[in-house]
Design a protein around this ligand. Sequence first.
Ligand code: NI
Length: 256
Amino acid sequence: MLIDTHVHLNSNKFKDNVDEVIKRALANDVKVMIVVGYDKQTNLKAISLAEQYSFIYATVGFHPTEAKNIKQEDYELLVKQLKHKKVVGVGECGLDFYWDKEFINEQIDVFKKQIEISLELDLPLAIHMRDASEATYNVLSEYAGLKGIMHCYSGSAEMVPLFIDLGLHISLGGPVTFKNGHKPKAVAKIVPLNKLLIETDSPYLSPHPYRGKTNEPFRVKLVAEEIARLRDISYNQIAEITTKNAIKLFNLKELL
Ligand code: NI
């Protein structure tokens, strides 16, 4: 069994075929999916999918590229949504200096606010970090007792121990399978197995040989296979340990 710990089945890309996409995932041993919200609309959609399917859980939060639009009352709704029994994490949130260099202060404020909410409610963070490794680390390191995921981690192997020391997990996705994915391959080799998670980030980042195509959760298997190959351990071991890690981190009580 596999768990896709970060998938956007709430994206408009899946509006016409989400049931088929879910069926294909289940048929390929992906038995649990964490649907990640990134703005007000997709947060609602993530919750509605989680209400509809027993094996889907949701996280809700505000993506850094949304930061400039977030108002005080939006956090009040977020906290309310985070108390829903199928909502298991805060995010995705974080810093993205690739898509947005204009609203960096707003990004940092919105990220901090969500970190504080996650600590208050004792929920894991789904952290997005793009071209912002140092800034993300600096913000996170102001806090103690963190838990969460560096989602589709694109930082260096050297920084992995720093994020782990903060209490975070490292999740790898499609880029670990790319021929030129030197950085994530180096990361895959050194992440402690008890801190490793896998994901697709569908509809984005389709693994090799589907790079550039709309991604789907069933392809998380390709991610697990590549990590197993890089570490020279069995696919079953990677499947088992990443599933166990996800169940524990997201406190999926029904599966414990
Ligand atoms: Ni994402």
